[in-house]
Design a binder for this molecule. Structure first.
Ligand code: PHB
Length: 393
């Protein structure tokens, strides 16, 4: 055998040093806590989403002792202020520097879409706890969703409207991904039932002024106004709907549950009474699992959980269940262990579709009612096991 040349020896040594450097953090990671990164809007217009999901993450950690597969879990919560450039940078830092096994959260669609390529590159599961545009799960094979989609909650309401004598509507949505989904799927389904869509109106995501569009709705005189606005905007909208006298003009308000969101509902006052919405979660959902969830969430956080909180809570559950299965390992094994999970959520029975990585869940038609002096979204009809209709196109 001839001795290796000095040059070759150098290369071998360098490669060994690199291998050792790479092996070291992995060995340390085995003994240290498992880290999960949660990126949320804790400030800015979507701060209520951040507050709700943070409250749910805290509850999950309290209930589980923050332990899985015999190891401690550390959750790193980062504020992106709903600015997609921030979301992308934070996702990168969490994956590369903090070596998290999963990134989660994502208050709005543009944030989820900004982080998706980072998840693909880092082979790290990305759990969408809030954002709800249908196409997000197609932005990366590492995306898994525990929130909902707008098509999922809009088609059942269109059917309900047709069956309940509503013959004409105007649609009003926030002018970006989820709003465009809601408008399209509601209108298509309503037309299928021989309904008439008189006008389709959109408001900007940031600082919307509802006065001009509400005037247009008044003039168009539809039987009903169908609305999607992202959670956090409902109270302001409801106030203006009432002030402009649309209810007095005999125009019914129907909406996705984002508008009568449980976080703000009780402050909307009687203007919200009788509004019919469809959604996947109400804090008034009548099941033992939900009663326990609401009681413990309120004891810990001192505010009512809304659908964002449930998306966050179930997101933590999906990550923990998967970590249990992989014994703490991340990457593609963790992603595989998220697919096909079936469990009872506070919202009702759900599963993660193994093909689409999207959540399949019951959707409820609800009406705002007063009970014991407080406003609640009271469910009165259930559409079972709704898959995202956006995936079949
Ligand atoms: C979204 O940006 O995807 C989004 C945000 C808030 C909602 C629904 C969807 O209530």
């Amino acid at each position: 055998m001839t001795a290796p040349s000095p040059r070759r020896r150098l290369v071998v040594t360098a490669a060994a040093a690199l291998a050792a450097a790479l092996a070291l953090p992995a060995a340390q990671a085995q003994s240290g806590p498992i880290k999960i990164g949660v990126i949320l809007p804790m400030t800015g217009p979507q701060a209520t989403t951040g507050k709700e999901i943070e409250g749910a993450v805290k509850l999950w950690m309290q209930q589980t002792g923050g332990k899985v597969a015999g190891r401690q879990v550390e959750v790193l919560i980062k504020d992106d202020g709903s600015v997609p450039d921030n979301t992308r940078r934070l996702a990168q830092e969490l994956i590369v520097n903090d070596k998290v096994v999963a990134i989660a959260g994502f208050g709005i669609t543009p944030s989820a879409l900004a982080a998706a390529p980072v998840a693909t590159q880092g082979k790290t599961p990305l759990v969408v706890m809030a954002a709800a545009t249908s196409s997000i799960t197609e932005a990366s094979p590492f995306v898994v969703r525990t929130s909902f989609t707008l098509p999922q909650v809009s088609v059942g309401l269109a059917d309900w409207a047709v069956k309940n004598g509503i013959k004409s509507v105007v649609t009003l949505v926030a002018d970006y991904g989820p709003g465009i989904d809601a408008e399209k799927y509601f209108a298509e389904r309503f037309l299928l039932g021989q309904g008439k869509v008189i006008d389709k109106l959109r408001t900007p995501l940031r600082s919307p002024d509802f006065s001009p569009v509400l005037q247009k709705v008044r003039d168009a005189k539809p039987d009903a106004l169908f609305v999607f606005l992202p959670s956090g905007q409902g109270a302001q909208f409801m106030k203006q709907f009432k002030e402009r006298g649309l209810d007095q003009a005999g125009i019914r308000l129907i909406a996705t549950g984002d508008v009568t969101d449980d976080d703000l509902l009780d402050d909307m006052g009687d203007a919200a009474l009788g509004v019919v919405t469809s959604h996947h979660y109400s804090a008034a959902h009548d099941s033992p699992a939900n009663k326990k969830f609401v009681a413990e969430f309120m004891a810990l956080n001192k505010f009512r959980p809304n659908f964002m909180a449930v998306g966050g809570y179930d997101g933590m559950r999906v990550i923990f269940n998967a970590l249990e299965a992989t014994k703490g390992a991340g990457g593609e094994a963790l992603l595989a262990a998220m697919k096909g999970q079936v469990f009872e959520s506070p919202r009702g029975p759900v599963y993660i579709d193994a093909q689409t990585r999207d959540i399949v869940q019951d959707v409820y038609i609800r009406k705002v009612e007063k009970k014991d002096g407080q406003l609640w979204n009271v469910e009165f009809a259930t559409i079972k096991q709704v898959k995202d209709p956006g995936k079949s196109k």
